[in-house]
Design a binder for this molecule. Structure first.
Ligand SMILES: [Zn+2]
Length: 309
């Protein structure tokens, strides 16, 4: 089976032709989730045709990962990204452009399939995934299948499980105290800027406060960086424990750039070791080694499941 796999992120689309067990070159296309969807898809179609031409093949299916709620292959809703996706006639587009059906899936779900098929959770069929980025994406699988639930939200809203009731930080989803409102990159920048110690912190010299900036500040012994690092790593530890308690995984995969900061990952592991109630033994917490490729492998796998091949 040949799949044109497209991981449509907020600022980049990653694409590859995957045939059987072989993945072709990965193309990266800059995109803007606020631009008209048809404009983005024109660029995606052009890149896709080029990849297929170079691979000398035609696709059996198109598989696309989207940020947002996707249920049984239908885009349901997004949190401000590609807001036209729910009403867009995806299959008409794919048939017209590629003469193939399209299978849509949530981006964290695609990443989780990829980790189970080709990544760090290979050979494991009960897995949860915590993806740290601008927002916090999650997914959970049992018996090798990523959970969807009745409306497509089962397992995917882990970033919006509340972890704090005191400071009532408002999240982009409308809830208060969400994990994402304490540990998404967007929140990190906000938390740093709103702190009275910010003007005197090393973070003040950064254009944007992300995990890298925070880790640098910690290395330099900056007081605000140390305090903020403690806050966000505790928030992520709580999120990890919540996922473990909710989905009973054998393995929890941490994905996204920040999880490669050793102190952050170690802090999440330590928190889970101390607070997760798993009397049968520790849940194995692993770091995704190649998340970009995983999402594309996951898309290929999902297309196979959906088309019965
Ligand atoms: Zn939220």
């Amino acid at each position: 089976m040949t799949t044109l796999a497209i991981d449509l992120g907020g600022s980049r689309a990653k694409m590859a032709v995957v045939s059987g067990e072989a993945m072709g070159p990965v193309a990266i296309l800059p995109v803007d989730h606020k631009a008209p969807l048809t404009q983005t898809l024109t660029a995606v179609a052009e890149q896709g045709r080029r990849l297929l031409r170079e691979a000398g093949t035609s696709p059996d299916a198109i598989a696309m990962a989207l940020p947002g709620i996707v249920h049984r292959g239908r885009a349901i809703a997004s949190n401000g990204k590609y807001t036209e996706a729910a009403a867009f006639p995806w299959n008409d587009w794919a048939r017209r452009v590629f003469s193939a059906d399209i299978f849509l899936i949530n981006d964290a779900a695609a990443a989780l399939y990829g980790e189970m098929v080709h990544g760090v959770a290979k050979g494991t069929d009960a897995v949860a995934l915590l993806m740290i980025g601008t927002g916090i994406g999650t997914a959970a699988a049992q018996q090798g299948r990523v959970l969807e639930g009745r409306h497509g939200t089962m397992g995917m809203l882990g970033g919006h499980i509340a972890i704090d009731m005191h400071r009532k930080r408002v999240c982009t989803c409308g809830n208060i105290g969400c994990l994402e409102a304490w540990a998404g990159t967007w929140a990190l920048d906000e938390l740093a800027h709103s702190d009275p110690a910010f003007p005197l912190s090393t973070l003040a010299s950064r254009q944007r406060v992300d995990y890298r900036a925070l880790a640098d500040g910690v290395t330099q012994g900056d007081a605000l960086s140390l305090r903020l690092f403690g806050t966000v790593s505790t928030a992520l530890g709580m999120g990890a424990v919540n996922l473990i308690h909710a989905y009973d995984p054998e393995v929890l995969v941490l994905s996204g750039g920040p999880c490669h900061i050793p102190a952050l990952c170690e802090s999440i592991r330590r928190y889970a070791r101390q607070y997760a109630w798993t009397p049968w033994g520790q849940v194995d917490i692993r770091i995704a080694l190649n998340p970009e490729a995983s999402a594309l492998w996951g898309l290929h796998h999902y297309a196979g499941l959906r088309s019965g091949q």
